[in-house]
Write a protein that binds this ligand. Sequence first.
Ligand code: A2P
Length: 336
Amino acid sequence: MVKIGQLAVVGATGAVGKEVCTLLERRSLSVGTLSLLASARSAGQSIKVNDRNITVQELTEKSFHGVDYAIFSAGGGVSKKFAPIAKAAGCVVIDNSSAFRMDSDVPLVVPEINPGDLDYHQGIIANPNCSTIIMNMVVWPLHRENPVRRIAVSTYQAASGAGQAAMQELTSQTADVLAGWPVEPKVLSHLIAFNLFSHDTPIGQDGYNQEERKMIDETRKIFHVPDLPITATCVRVPIPRAHSESINLSFENPISASDAREILSTAPGVRVVDDAIANHFPMPIEATGQDDCLVGRIRQDVSQPGGCGLELFVCGDQIRKGAALNAVQILECLAG
Ligand code: A2P
């Protein structure tokens, strides 16, 4: 049982914050005092955690006195302003936003991959981007056996990545379209019901959007391979909360599909779902609510010479391993 004196969850009323509260109940964590923080809009609401009704408080500059650890999931703006305040108050911050991920003194950690990086933290630890975590849960175990020389990934990302309001928009838009009513996107920038679109983050000078850039830069940092060739195409799809990814890999040495299946079958946090006879492979609906990332369609890439290429398909719960679970695992590593 990991014991924590005082823990704050910032963004406790949001999709990731709520999942953090659920995980605090499920995992072997004993928290003395739990502060649930959100905007003034939610102050006074009550959230039940471990049979205790906890009143949500407004996040202020005084919220971190005496707090040992804080998990932030309230967006980059809130993190940029309040994480340094929390750190100055002696609190260790685990931040789900992208605000500090590429800072050289901020470890970017997936506990199954680079837990040793936690040693150099200066009070802030960053949780990687959700698509990056889900991809790397399956790429890392293979890379450790046979160095990966190139990654080409295409994502099919759930609405949950844009928060609770986007998940609600998917449901309400779908009902409205079916009813024949006019629909106007409010949270996401395009129609999400019965549609998909290129991830709606700004496009950089190199033509990559911010989500794609995160997958590239963050993977290099987590793997400690600063020049690893990676290309990504990120797409939002009408799925509530689990991301899917098609991943093409090139390796230094030949690797067969059965080698890869064997390596992945013992990788922590990964479950192989690869039944060609039943045509049963990873699906977002089966990854939803699961801790494990599901991997299947494991096959040799016939276009790459010398048996050095693989194709994979992965699904992982964006809110769970893509955000809340990874943050709680970091907390367990720090406090354990
Ligand atoms: P609130 O519910 O009071 O708006 P999601 O990612 O699902 O959209 O959730 C975002 C979370 O971040 C919510 O808990 C939200 O609280 C919180 N949040 C957003 N803006 C602020 C802010 N300025 N101060 C504190 N919490 C915020």
